[in-house]
Write a protein that binds this ligand. Structure first.
Ligand SMILES: NC(=O)C1=CN([C@@H]2O[C@H](COP(=O)(O)OP(=O)(O)OC[C@H]3O[C@@H](n4cnc5c(N)ncnc54)[C@H](O)[C@@H]3O)[C@@H](O)[C@H]2O)C=CC1
Ligand SMILES: N[C@@H](CC=O)C(=O)O
Ligand code: NA
Length: 436
């Protein structure tokens, strides 16, 4: 590791001049001396690339060479570190990242989609070329979760990683709950506030958060990134009724990721879950992220902070740049990429309490049939409530049940038994309850 101030400047090639890229330019402008002192040498941008060279981005870019082609930027002689903050998991981002690594340049990326799809070959390429590939901004933005797993918790066996890692979904869910608004209305608000990705399904479909979870799981469990095996469910089917009824019972709904290694294999799921309203996760408001790491020696660590935005992402990218200047060459996923195990995917089998909401014919014996179906599936009821909505004498009743801990397969079995009872008016909702 070299921290000699006498070294020449560390030269950055910056591909992407949007929220993250301009954040980095501004941070370097503002904090050049502090960054040089911490990096042990000056850090400078030499060349940049973006789609539109003429656009006014509110920052002075005149000192930087312009490259139309990000691949050309990545391989310039005056670039030591290629910063990929363009986005997209194919095309220019992939081609330029590969070109940089092949040319022996270090890479810092904020691109969780690219790493979730190609993390393994990119890590092998980086390590074969003796260069760093860092991606702190890609998971939970400004929260230093990658660094915590790679370094601070390196002596632990990680038991579980969980968290809320998509700020847009958390904004939508908390706004639905606090304002009593339906999903469609709040989705539109989020669009107008500019929170949604260009393809909103990346956010609300849980894909973006699933990308992030798959990267954490790889470091935590020493397995190759395995995004295709993340059990994914977005928030599009979360109704205001479920949010309100869960609230009445002391819960909040979150898009929650959980990764853990069981005897059967690697469980990774990113799905809507209930959490106690007074828990740290339940209290998480708006676009904020929270990551919970559990190690055998350290116990539980909870990190909360901004998962997106100019400042938080620049903070994460710059910490990677400074580590590179300091000479840190930690393997991309914590152990050499060629030694990462193949992930054996396992459907989640960990028992948990479940929230069940169903609409039943309000007639004698209906509830008994539901209770029998649960009993037949080996599921015991913890709480039950029947709600007859005032003024709505439609002959139906809403029944809420919170079960004791039940295996996911038993819940699926119970749901299929419900369908045979003949007393359900519509498909029931079943949402897992996670406790911190
Ligand atoms: N915005 C945020 O808060 C966060 C973003 N990220 C990730 O950081 C990356 C960048 O995100 P943003 O700055 O928000 O995007 P953005 O859309 O604001 O900016 C993207 C920039 O890349 C340039 N670009 C795109 N394709 C290009 C191509 N083929 N050739 C040259 N330039 C190209 C665009 O011209 C633009 O300057 C993405 O991978 C995103 O997922 C990660 C964490 C948070
Ligand atoms: N779309 C993402 C942005 C950062 O990764 C989010 O909403 O969290
Ligand atoms: Na981070």
């Amino acid at each position: 590791m070299s921290t000699a101030l006498s070294s020449g400047p560390l030269r950055l090639g910056l591909a992407g001049l949007g929220t993250v890229g301009i954040g980095l330019v501004r941070m370097l402008e503002r904090e050049a001396a502090l960054i040089a002192a911490r990096a042990g040498r000056p850090v400078v941008i030499t060349a940049v690339s973006a789609r539109d060279p003429k656009k006014d981005r509110g920052a002075d870019l005149s000192a930087f060479a312009w490259e139309t082609d990000p691949v050309a930027l990545a391989t310039r002689d005056d670039v030591d570190v290629f910063i990929e903050v363009m986005g997209g998991h194919e095309g220019a981002a992939k081609a330029a990242t590969e070109a940089a690594l092949r040319a022996g340049k270090h890479v810092v990326s904020a691109n969780k989609a690219l790493l979730a799809h190609y993390g393994q070959p990119l890590a092998e390429l980086a390590e074969a070329n003796g260069v760093a590939l860092r991606y702190e901004a890609a998971v939970a933005g400004g929260i230093p979760v990658i660094k915590s797993l790679l370094e601070g918790l390196a002596g632990n066996r990680i038991k579980r990683v969980m968290g809320v890692m998509n700020g847009t979904c958390n904004y939508i869910l908390t706004r639905m709950q606090s304002a009593g608004l339906p999903y469609e209305t709040v989705f539109e608000e989020a669009r107008q506030l500019g929170y949604l990705e260009a393809d909103p399904n990346l956010d609300v479909g849980g894909i973006d958060a699933g990308h992030k979870l798959s990267l954490l799981a790889s470091i935590a469990f020493g397995t190759k990134v395995s995004f295709d095996n993340v059990e994914l469910e977005g928030i599009g089917n979360v109704s205001i009724d479920d949010i309100t009824l869960a609230d009445d019972m002391g819960y909040r709904i979150k898009l929650l990721g959980v990764a853990q290694m069981s005897g059967r294999g690697l469980e990774q799921r990113m799905t809507p879950c209930l959490v106690p309203a007074d828990s740290p996760l339940g209290q998480l408001q708006g676009g904020t992220n929270m990551v919970v790491l559990e190690g055998d020696a350290v116990g539980q660590i909870v990190m909360r902070g901004a998962g997106a935005g100019e400042g938080p992402t620049a903070s994460a990218v710059m910490s990677d740049v400074i580590d590179i200047a300091r000479g840190f060459r930690t393997p991309v996923f914590g152990i050499p990429a060629t030694e990462l195990a193949d992930a054996v995917p396992a459907r989640s089998a960990t028992p948990a309490p479940y929230y069940l909401r169903m609409k039943l014919l309000d007639k004698p014996g209906a509830l008994a049939k539901v209770a029998t179906a649960l009993g037949d599936a080996g599921i015991s009821i913890d709480q039950m409530r029947q709600i007859n909505q005032p003024g709505e004498d439609d002959g139906d009743a809403i029944v809420l049940i919170v079960t004791h801990k039940a295996a996911p397969a038993d819940v699926e079995h119970a749901l299929s038994r419900f369908a045979q009872t003949g007393v359900l008016v519509e498909k029931p909702a079943a949402i897992r309850i996670e406790e911190l």
